[in-house]
Each structure stands twice: as C-alpha cells, then as structure tokens.
Design a protein around this ligand. Sequence first.
Ligand code: G6P
Length: 470
Amino acid sequence: MTVADFVVVSNRLPVDRGDDEDALWRQSPGGLVAALEPVMQAVGGAWVGWPGQADLDIAPFTFDGMQLVPVALSAADIELYYEGFSNDTIWPLYHDVIAAPSFHRTWWEVYAAVNRRFADAAAAAAAVGATVWVHDYQLQLVPRMLRQLRPDLTIGYFHHIPFPAYGLYSQLPWRRQVLDGLLGADVIGFQRVADAGNFARAVRRVFGYETKSGSIRVPEAAGGVRTAVAKAYPISIDTSLYDDLARRPEIQARAKEIRASLGDPATILLGVDRLDYTKGIRHRLKAFGELLTDGRLSVEDATLVQVASPSRERVGAYMQLRDKIELAVGRINGDFDTVERSAVRYLHTSYPREEMVALYLTADVMLVTALRDGMNLVAKEYVASRVDGRGVLVLSEFAGAADELTQAVKVNPHDIDGLKDAIVTAVEMSDVEQRRRMRSLRRRVRDNDVTRWSERFLVDLDRVRRERTA
Ligand code: G6P
C-alpha cells in the first residue's frame, strides 16, 4: 500500500456501501463527512474509516480522487463500539444527558480495541513525518495510541460534537483514559469556545496539568513536557457549492415545483435533521401544533416540511424517538389536515444535495431547534442557499452555529411559548428585515467557509510541527 503525507481518520469513510448486495457507494450521513469531503478533495491524501456495513473487508481503493482505506467492523464491533459506547454512552453524555447514557464495561473494552485498530490502520497509511488528522468522539483514544506507535507523526484531533461541563463529564468511568487519549494530539480542536473551556477544565481537574489560553502542558512518558493546543475552530460548509447550486435554473424550477405541490401556501417552514433526540424535533412539532390550535397559524397558509433522515436505528433511544415523532405528526395532521392541505409533510428519508438546496430555496422559515448540537451545518447550508437574500433562520442558542449566526432569530427550544413567538415573528417578518439579517448571515458563512476552517486548524498544527522539529 502507498503511504500518504496527510491522513484523515474518522469512523465513517465519506462513502457508505448501501444495504443490498449489489449496492453502490453513496455519501455517508452527517455533518462530519459533509464538511471534510471538500477539504480532502482539495488537500489530497488518504482517508481511513469504516465503509458502513458489517464485515466488509475491502482493500484500499480510490474514489472521486480520494484514497480510501477501509477499516472493517464486525457485527459485534458495530453493536458494542458504534451503537454502544459511541452512540449510547458518549453521544448522550456529551449532549448534556438529554437521553440517559449507559455505562457498560464490555462496550468500553471493545471501544478501546476498535480504536486500536483505527490507530494501526492510520499508522500503516502514514508516511514518515506525516500529518494525521483524527476526527470525532468515536476515536478519542486514537491520538495517544498513534503517538505511541509513531512518535514521528504530527497529530491533530477535531471534536465535532459538544464537550460537556465537568459535572457531567466526570460521570464517565473512563474519564482519565479518554482525556489521556485526546491529549496524545498536538492540536485538539472544538466547535465552540465553551467546549474548549470545558475540556481544559476537565484536564485540570483530572490531571492537574497547567492550561493557559488554549495551550496545555502535557508531561510525556519519556520525560519532558509537550505543549498541546486546545482551541475552538468552528466548522463550516463549502459555501460556494451551495451558492452555485442555488443559482441553477433547474434547482430554482424544482423549488417552485415543490411549493406548488404543497398547494402554494403563504409560508413554508422547514426542518432538516438526522432523526436524533438532540435536534429538538418534538419541541418544534409541539410549538407548531399549538400555533395551529391557537389559530395563530392556519393549515390554509402554513405548512411544515420535516425531513428526518434515518439514523442509528438499532439504538433504543432512537427507536423510541421515532415512535414519538410519528405519533405527534399523525396527531397534528389528523387534527388539522384538510383534503387539500397537510399541516406537516413528514419525510423519513434523506435526499441528494440538489433536492436539499431546492427545499432550502422553498423554505420561508428554517427551524433549527436543537437542544444541544456541536455546530449544525444545516443552518449554514440554508443561509448559503438563500441567493435571493430572503428567508428567516430560527436558530437554537444551544447549537454551535448560534455563536456565529447572530442575525438569526434566536430561541431556547425548551421554552415552548418563546419558540411559538419566535416562529410567528419569523412568519411575519418584513421583506426589508429578512434581507437585512440574511445579508449579514450570508457574509458570515461566505467569510468562514470550510476551507478557512481547515486552514486555521492545519496552520496551527503545522506551527506545532515546526516548533517540535526546530
Ligand atoms: C454527527 C457526528 C458524526 C457522525 C454523524 C452521522 O455529525 O458528529 O461523527 O458521523 O453525526 O452519524 P452516524 O452515526 O450515522 O455516523
């Protein structure tokens, strides 16, 4: 196998193998892949990750100009490492225990073993002195493992989800091991300043290491002290890609077609999420349903389109959430639909990017009501797609995007009355006010796109490398 000077490691490869035997490769779900793919296309190098199916043991291959290095996961790995420790321990714990995390020693053991396999695969793919960029909560032990295997490497880690306050983090029985795993990296990146602060506090509390304005003094096993950087690097999207798509005549025509097919309501509201309890989909439905009940909105002039893409479907909390959402949608539609009109158009599926841009263009009001979210790239995609300068973004203050997108209509999704008022404000907002806010939002996502994000991170990583080799 050829080795690369730049290696990305993440749980998922950018493409997944579909479910059926002769299925083709398709884009993997989630914000991580959406953000990293354009970076990899531009920078080149190898991408180490899981191809999305149990026991799929395939040789490295090239896809869309990227060198992909698959790591096979067995059915048991998927159950204990992916569905278990990653998505039923770390995910709920790091999202402020919106759902209760489960702590199982067998899950932890398999998590560590699978992290070891990713570290081995990355070590094998990296050239001497290479830069390796590890991603997200599924692989928190990889930086330390990789440093032990390959002290010649420069290692970055980016955490795509929130890092919780110490009061919650300290529940984790393996809190020392996880922090130590992360501290193997030279640069540890977070979405928000608050996440980086929580991490530094945890490091002080657990290890007593000295932390100062984004740098941490880490004692090394071999003696000496190394400085690791731990800072916020808010992730973004390929803004010009969305802008270009939104200007295409066929996509604009599709947007009109969607509006017509919904019966041409005065207002289309839109939610687009992985079906996840962190996204606040139930809060959104509750607020919308009550607005219809109160008569502040009517099915004659407002339709909510909710795209909920299937996610982690074998994890209990996700199955229960789906049932609750579908019950709520059924009730609202049963109460308010007419023969011609539907209150909620619920779509349990995912769509190609072109269709998403058409939906964004159709949506007068975009509802991002996450209870906790690392960043939320859907908010940025919506803004990037509004080439007409119109549309209103309703944005939860608990999404990382809220730090940057200050001209959105901010909401606390737990406050249902406040959420209802915010939705009405958005529906009634004047054209002039929409344009004023959208101009500022668009400037922000244009200036801070995904290329800028990766450059900021990689420049810091390169600085650490130069200091070390100087
Ligand atoms: C979030 C996480 C990613 C994850 C994605 C999709 O964006 O930060 O690491 O890949 O969700 O979730 P899944 O479990 O399908 O990989």
